[in-house]
Design a protein around this ligand. Structure first.
Ligand code: FES
Ligand SMILES: [Fe+2]
Length: 352
């Protein structure tokens, strides 16, 4: 059963699906009332049991396959709305109304998925009936003293690798976000160090000036040198870190969850420390961030439509597309069960 589900999950998406922990919802949205979610095309149902523990099962009753998400939770078990079979959070059948014999039987199990509530998000392990040997990614600086932490869920058009590349891509900012970060004129040379990480890759940008656009003025009113890293970490983390002097620090961590071949859920945690009162920061920062994200959603939508119009991706790249191909390679290797042995450290020049 596990194997079959795994195959279903890896082949349903456009691209490679790396097994691991994925965010499927905000923790405060997981209640006793069952809710359906899609993890790489696989329908799951989430709910809280009587102990307040979050649970995720395959959203398919073992009896006649009715969706368990249409049922309800009774005494901590999820009850199917068709014939009333009940399953506990581990997927074991606990009640078959009208049956005189014991309800529990291996053939009546529903596959279950490990769950963790961590840092405001519900994380689900992508392989059914597995006791994972890892824990969900720990988001740096979230809820740390001195940092304002903002969480937001967005629906992004495109497969995970395209959404991750967009989040970590510098060359598009002068065009898609013209005036906000960088401008296409007055470019200056900077150095980019690309490093393999354990299960990921990082690009460090050296020599950038504080962006002249609006976002730069908000984040570092005092100006100064910019320290900037973009990271991708398997299976699903895209992270952008900016340090602008020792007073401004912003770390945006996006947990990306493929829902369908062309839709990726983006669960963003933004930890910000800037020399501005939180009230001002909230009123200014969020609208600007949403404005930027709407521009990204638009370009991702048109890219995704193009790929489907032409039937497949046919990309050309240069060395300043620093992370896109590396992300694809990491995902491809992880999906086929390989662990990357890359020890790369490479320096390139780029005009920003
Ligand atoms: S289909 Fe769920 S109890 Fe019959
Ligand atoms: Fe962007």
């Amino acid at each position: 059963m596990t194997k079959q589900l795994h195959l279903q999950a890896t082949s349903s998406a456009n691209g490679d699906f790396a097994p691991g922990w994925y965010v499927v919802a905000a923790s405060n949205k997981v209640e006793t009332k069952p809710k359906p979610v899609l993890l790489n095309g696989l329908p799951l149902v989430t709910f809280r049991d009587s102990g307040g523990q979050s649970r995720a099962l395959l959203d398919r009753c073992a009896h006649r396959n009715a969706p368990l998400s249409a049922g309800r939770v009774v005494s901590g078990n999820i009850r199917c709305h068709y014939h009333g079979w009940e399953f506990d959070g581990a997927g074991t059948c606990k009640a078959v109304p009208g049956l005189c014999a014991e309800p529990d039987h291996p053939a009546r199990r529903v596959p279950s998925f490990a769950c963790r509530d961590s840092q405001g998000w519900l994380w689900v392990y992508s392989e059914a009936d597995t006791d994972p040997d890892s824990e969900p990614y720990e988001i740096p600086f979230a809820d740390q003293a001195g940092y304002l932490t903002i969480r937001e869920r967005l629906e992004m058009p495109g497969p995970l690798d395209a959404v991750a590349e967009n989040a970590l891509d510098v060359p598009h900012t002068a065009f898609v976000h013209a005036g906000l970060f960088r401008k296409n004129k007055d470019r200056r040379p900077i150095e980019v160090v690309i490093r393999a990480l354990n299960g990921g890759v990082e690009a460090q940008f050296i020599g950038e000036e504080r962006p002249k656009g609006l976002a730069g003025r908000i984040l570092a009113p005092q100006g100064g040198e910019v320290f900037h890293w973009d990271r991708f970490l398997l299976p699903c983390i895209a992270q952008v870190e900016y340090r602008l002097s020792d007073r401004s620090h912003i770390v945006t961590t996006a947990a990306l969850t493929p829902r369908t071949p062309t839709v990726t859920d983006l669960f963003a945690t933004v930890a910000v420390k800037v020399p501005l009162p939180n009230a001002i920061l909230r009123t200014v920062f969020k609208p600007v961030a949403m404005w930027i994200l709407r521009q990204d959603i638009e370009i991702l939508r048109s890219q995704t439509e193009q790929v489907s119009r032409f039937g497949a991706e046919e990309f050309a790249s240069t060395e300043i597309d620093v992370l896109g191909l590396r992300i694809k390679k990491l995902l491809r290797e992880a999906a086929s069960g390989k662990t990357s042995s890359a020890q790369e450290e490479r320096r390139i020049k780029m005009l920003v």
